[in-house]
Design a protein around this ligand. Structure first.
Ligand SMILES: Nc1ncnc2c1ncn2[C@@H]1O[C@H](COP(=O)(O)OP(=O)(O)O)[C@@H](O)[C@H]1O
Ligand SMILES: C=C(OP(=O)(O)O)C(=O)O
Ligand SMILES: [Mn+2]
Length: 534
């Protein structure tokens, strides 16, 4: 097909001989291919709309790490990083090679890390054209044709290749396996594209702290006109993408960043935004990014107009759009920024207990970072159908190959060295728990963040939350003051108090697994009732 590019492409390092290869196609070519293959259709905006099939979210129970000399004593094994043997990997890999020998595949070279010093080259080999378009949108794109003969990392993603759990060491037919020694990510049985980007994220979460003394973070980042960087940590669905898209603050990135000596840098070259209930009014930048080249996943549109019905969640609540950063008008390219001045921890509290904004002491910041309390929102992981309480260490436990303490230590050092302000933002429920209360209005959350960033909360009075000890501002521009103290938003204040104690107990119980980290400072950041509970 693309004979010039094909000649440059060498897959022998993988022992891979596909039936045909379509290498480094342009966006227009990939869209044409996808339409020709029947993978999807065009929406009225010009975006390609596809369905990912059985999987419309990640499957964390089917994510494996190959155990070998490199990983045996360094990886944090358990239900996050599930062990698989080298023998099983080899067996499955050989079958994958046979499968691909009969396939027409798409190959694309790209890289991760917008900072030159961290550039990590990636080759993505996919079964479908749309997966390749996803890789093109989410990873960093080569400007010239200076493509590497052999990349550092290879991702092989073949949704119709199924494992046989009886012999392959997997749980079921689908799998996502990280092999740190061979530098291969092998994905089968699922076409959910999130597995591709979160695979490389897991890789960088291993390499950066261990080999580069650099913190890797599950956060979005933007920068104000004064060069003040803000980062927003949060588990999926808590608002990283939504809140970092701000017409007044150029965007660095929406999901995965590193924090090195001189500042932060995006790992990616694009965004992967949730689409549920998206409107041009509430989220104009994201809405406008959905145009030719963007990839819509699992949405429905009105048949007569092909206008996307963002309220339709028939296929999944986790409807998504993937687009390159340059679809956001104020994106910073290359996506790097100075050392952060403000850190926001986003939590979607389904209990409706945590204040919508509070300022954290260094001890509280460490405690909340390690705890990573939030809810898993519906759809992002297989089997999660309503908000589910979770403690996701570092606000991204599912992607951490190392023990959370390693990330927490790096963050703690940086927070202190640079005297960063740390805020906890509840983007979840207010007025009662999920089912009773409502999700806090996006415009209030935006106003609170803007006030914090502009320094407008520094001279406001704060009151201390009686159970969590968090400092809550008593007023904030553009936000009704009663919203700021969650106890005021509940119909029954005693019910609130009981729920707050219940949540504090859950925090304390969860922290027991990290008790070796509990120095005096972290202990000072625990819920105030902790002493009574223990
Ligand atoms: N108060 C709020 N703050 C942030 N997001 C909110 C809020 N209320 C509702 N949302 C919705 O929650 C979702 C947040 O998702 P997203 O920003 O994609 O999360 P993440 O990037 O952390 O995975 C969006 O669909 C957004 O419209
Ligand atoms: C893509 C995902 O999450 P996020 O919204 O954080 O990018 C995911 O968890 O699969
Ligand atoms: Mn996101």
């Amino acid at each position: 097909m693309n004979s010039l590019s094909e000649r440059k492409l060498d897959l022998s390092y993988l022992n891979l001989k596909p039936k045909t290869v379509k290498y480094q196609l342009t966006v227009a070519q990939l869209v044409e291919e996808a339409l020709k293959n029947g993978e999807g259709t065009l929406a009225d905006s010009g975006a390609l709309a596809i369905d990912t099939g059985k999987f419309t979210g990640r499957s964390p129970k089917d994510r494996f790490v190959v155990a070998d000399a490199l990983t045996e004593d360094t990886v944090w094994w358990g239900d996050i990083n599930i062990k698989i043997s080298q023998e099983h990997f080899e067996g499955l890999y050989q079958k994958m090679l046979q499968f691909i020998a009969q396939k027409d595949v798409y190959v694309r070279d790209a890289y991760a890390c917008a900072h030159e010093d961290y550039k990590t080259t990636i080759r993505v080999i996919t079964e479908h054209a749309f997966q390749n378009l996803f890789a093109n949108n989410l990873f960093l794109r080569y400007e010239s044709e200076e493509l590497p003969a052999q990349p550092e990392w290879t991702i092989i993603a073949m949704p119709s290749f199924m494992a046989n759990p009886e012999v392959d060491g997997t749980r079921q037919a689908n799998f996502s396996i990280l092999n740190f020694s061979k530098k291969i990510i092998m994905i089968g049985g699922t076409a959910y594209t999130g597995e591709i980007k979160k695979g490389i994220f897991s890789v960088l979460n291993y390499i950066l702290p261990t080999q580069r003394n650099t913190l890797s973070m599950h956060c979005s980042a933007n920068v104000g006109m004064d060069g003040d960087t803000a980062i927003f940590f949060g588990l999926s669905g808590t608002g990283k993408t939504t809140l970092s898209a701000d017409p007044n603050r150029p965007l660095i990135g929406d999901d995965e960043h590193g924090w090195g000596e001189n500042g932060v840098f995006n790992f990616e070259g694009g965004c992967y935004a949730k689409c549920v209930d998206l409107t041009a009014e509430k989220e104009p930048q994201i809405f406008n990014a959905i145009k030719f080249g963007a990839l819509l996943e699992n949405i429905n549109y009105f048949e007569n107009t092909r206008t996307v019905d963002f309220s339709n969640i028939e296929k999944t609540e986790n409807t998504r759009v993937a687009y390159p950063l340059n679809h956001i008008e104020n994106a910073i390219i290359p996506s790097v920024g100075p050392i952060p001045k403000n850190i926001f921890f986003l939590t979607a509290d389904a209990f409706g207990v945590l204040p919508p904004i509070s300022k954290l002491t260094p001890g509280q910041a460490m405690f909340h970072f390690i705890s990573g309390y939030t809810a898993k929102v519906a759809g992002t992981e297989a089997g999660v159908t309503e908000p589910q309480l979770t403690f996701s260490a570092c606000f991204g436990k599912a992607f951490l190959p190392l023990h959370p303490a390693q990330y927490a230590q790096l963050l703690g050092e940086k927070m202190k060295k640079h005297k960063v302000n740390v805020w906890l933002i509840n983007t979840g429920w207010s007025g009662g728990p999920y089912g009773v209360g409502d999700r806090i209005k996006l415009k209030y959350t935006r106003a609170m963040i803007t006030a914090a960033l502009k320094g407008n909360l520094n001279d406001q009075k704060f009151v201390e939350h009686p159970v969590f000890g968090l400092a809550m501002p008593i007023s904030c521009p553009e936000v009704p003051h009663e919203v700021l103290n969650p106890r005021n938003t509940w119909a029954n204040a005693e019910a609130y108090d009981a729920k707050a104690i219940e949540l504090a107990e859950a925090f304390v119980n969860n922290f027991k697994q990290f008790s070796d980290l509990a120095d005096e400072e972290i202990l000072s950041g625990m819920p105030k009732v902790a002493q009574n509970i223990n």
